[in-house]
Structures are given as structure tokens and as C-alpha cells.
Design a protein around this ligand. Structure first.
Ligand code: GSH
Length: 336
């Protein structure tokens, strides 16, 4: 074969590989809840596909631990913990939306973490206290707190003023930037080929190439972070006033509920990204800090959070702390 033909044949083979791979990795939205019509291969009654760092995954691990439900754990990587495993052909068979977490019960997947919380609470071990108030009116109030923590699959940053969960992605940006330095560029670039949301590989590629200082200096990024920060501060003030008025120790008073599962993960995220220390300069938020301490002291925290920590996230958290403490440009970009 002559030289141009070899090039032509190779290009054709690459194109065919790309098209096949793209078709295998196609994502589509899924409806929440138990999927009775889907049966997946499974070996345990409950199996959880989740990521160590993902906020929604943490909620599900925490509710499983609180409810004493044993499960087989499958760690699924996001690019910030190593690779785009949520869009691998293998994972898309489990959840075609390409999002974690997915809880599988007797082979049937349950989508959308907030529906999973209720589902697990209904399947709690008989020796565990209920995570849902028996009184209907109290239950409705708890559900409002849980709804505030939802991260929408369609628009994760929608309605920040009414939904603290929507502030989480913006507040996570600094730790994304620090974590991605541990990921090889070639893995990040794969997202341009296959990730359904090209803003993710674009953001991560820029973060990998330019680093924290430069990224935090970008006005659009600052705007998102500051908007998220200011709305989150208002949500924390509301939480603080609520805890002070009711006397806690939990959101629904004496009963630890799904509302506390949700807020555990929100407080964890703003703590590991350095925002909580900044918010805590406002002494009126003292009840929130005491509440966060109490959440971390529960045995479920050890099982669901501490034991599942990811080394890259630990390094990123430490790097970010050092940058905030030693680099005024970084601190100013975040907190001024
Ligand atoms: N509404 C969904 C949101 C799930 C979600 O956004 N998951 C993120 C991680 S927290 C994800 O899988 N992202 C895919 C990616 O980053 O590529 C739920 O509550 O389960």
C-alpha cells in the first residue's frame, strides 16, 4: 500500500473507533426513583456505585450508614479523582445519565440521590431509629430542608437564593482546580471527545494548564464563586437562627433525620474547601459550627466519610489550605 493510502486507512480506522466509542458512551436523562423494569447483574442485596468526593454520593453513603443497611461499594471515578468513569460504557449500563450515585437494590437501580435517601430510610434496619418524623406536618418541614440540598441534574446551580445545594458546585471550584493538578492532561482531554458537557473538560483543562492563582483571577469564575458564597452565607444564617431557636441538637430537634444527612454533606463541602473557616469569623454562626461538630461525632461519619476519603482530595484540600494561608491573591479572590 502506498503512503497516502496508509494514512487514509489509519484515519478511517480512528474515525470508526471514535464513532463506535461515542455511541457506546451516549448519555440520556433518567427519571428518579426505583427502576422496576431494569434488572442489573448483582451479587449483594444493596450495591452502591458512588464517588468518594461527590456530594450526592456522600449523602447516600451517610444514609446507608445511619440506617444500618449493609452494601457492596463500587468506587466510580470522576475526572477530579482520576478519570471520567461515569461515562464509561460499563457504568452507563448502570446509570445512562452518566451521574453518580446509583444505588442498586436486588438488581434494580434507584436514580437521583434525594429519592435514594427516602428509599433507604424506608428499608432501614429494624434496630435503628427512623430518619423520618412520624408526624406528617413535621415530615413536610423536614422535606423542605432536604429539598434545599438537592443538586439538580439539569441545572446544578439553579435557584441559589432558595436552594443551598445549588451553591455547592460554585463553592467546590477552588478544590476542583487544586485536585486536577494530580490528573494527567491526556485523561482530562478525553472529556472533549466523550463528556456530554464540554464545559467540564474545558474548565479542567484550563485549571490543569494555568493553576489556582490564574484561575481564581478570572472574573467569570469569581462571579460564580462569590454568588455561591453570598447565597450560602444567607442559608447558613437561616440554619443558625433555626438551631438557636429550636435548641437543636438536630434540624428537627431531638430526632436526627434526612435533613441532617443533607446538611452534613453541605457543611463538609464548605469546610473542606476553606469557606466554613471564613464564614465562621461571623460569631452568629456559632450554632452551625457546634452542629457540624455533633454531625462529625456520629459513628456514621467515620463509616461513610472518613473511611472513604480519597488521597487526591486529601492532597487537594491540604494544597488549598496552604494557598489560602500563604497567597494573598488566592485569599482575596475567594473572600473579598
Ligand atoms: N441530581 C443528581 C445529581 C448527581 C450529580 O450531579 N452527580 C455528579 C457528581 S456530584 C456527577 O456524577 N457528575 C458527572 C461528572 O462530573 O462527569 C443526584 O442527586 O443524584
Amino acid at each position: 500500500m502506498s503512503y497516502p493510502w496508509i494514512i487514509f486507512a489509519l484515519a478511517g480506522a480512528v474515525l470508526i473507533w471514535f464513532l463506535i466509542e461515542k455511541a457506546r458512551r451516549r448519555t440520556h436523562p433518567v427519571s428518579g426513583g426505583l427502576q422496576r423494569d431494569i434488572l442489573l447483574p448483582h451479587s449483594a442485596e444493596f450495591e452502591l456505585y458512588a464517588n468518594a468526593f461527590s456530594h450526592c454520593s456522600r449523602k447516600v453513603r451517610l444514609v446507608l450508614a445511619e440506617c444500618g443497611v449493609p452494601y457492596t461499594y463500587h468506587q466510580i471515578d470522576l475526572i477530579e479523582t482520576g478519570r471520567y468513569e461515569t461515562i464509561s460504557a460499563r457504568y452507563l449500563k448502570i446509570n445512562p445519565s452518566g451521574l453518580v450515585p446509583t444505588l442498586v437494590h436486588n438488581g434494580h437501580p434507584i436514580y437521583e440521590s434525594d429519592g435514594v435517601l427516602t428509599y433507604v430510610a424506608e428499608h432501614a434496619s429494624a434496630d435503628r431509629p427512623s430518619l423520618v418524623p412520624a408526624d406528617l406536618e413535621a415530615r413536610a418541614r423536614m422535606e423542605e430542608w432536604v429539598a434545599g440540598g438537592v443538586i439538580s441534574s439539569d441545572d446544578p446551580m439553579a435557584s441559589m437564593a432558595t436552594r443551598p445545594g445549588s451553591c455547592i458546585p460554585g463553592l467546590t471550584l477552588p478544590i476542583f482546580v487544586t485536585a486536577i493538578r494530580y490528573i494527567p492532561l491526556r485523561r482530562i482531554l478525553v472529556g472533549f471527545l466523550f463528556h456530554p458537557d464540554k464545559r467540564r473538560p474545558a474548565f479542567f483543562t484550563a485549571s490543569r494548564l494555568f493553576g489556582l492563582r490564574t484561575m481564581l483571577g478570572q472574573k467569570p469564575l469569581q462571579q460564580v464563586m462569590h454568588q455561591s458564597r453570598d447565597h450560602m452565607r444567607a442559608h447558613l444564617e437561616r440554619l443558625s437562627a433555626h438551631l438557636r431557636d429550636t435548641g437543636g441538637p438536630w434540624i428537627m430537634g431531638g430526632q436526627y433525620t434526612l435533613a441532617d444527612v443533607t446538611w452534613s454533606c453541605m457543611l463538609l463541602r464548605i469546610s473542606e474547601t476553606g469557606w466554613l473557616a471564613h464564614f465562621a469569623e461571623d460569631k452568629t454562626l456559632a450554632p452551625v459550627l457546634a452542629y457540624f461538630d455533633a454531625l462529625q461525632a456520629r459513628p456514621s461519619w467515620q463509616e461513610a466519610i472518613t473511611d472513604k476519603r480519597h488521597p487526591i482530595v486529601e492532597k487537594a484540600e491540604a494544597d488549598l489550605k496552604v494557598a489560602i494561608a500563604n497567597d494573598t491573591k488566592v485569599a482575596r479572590a475567594l473572600f473579598s
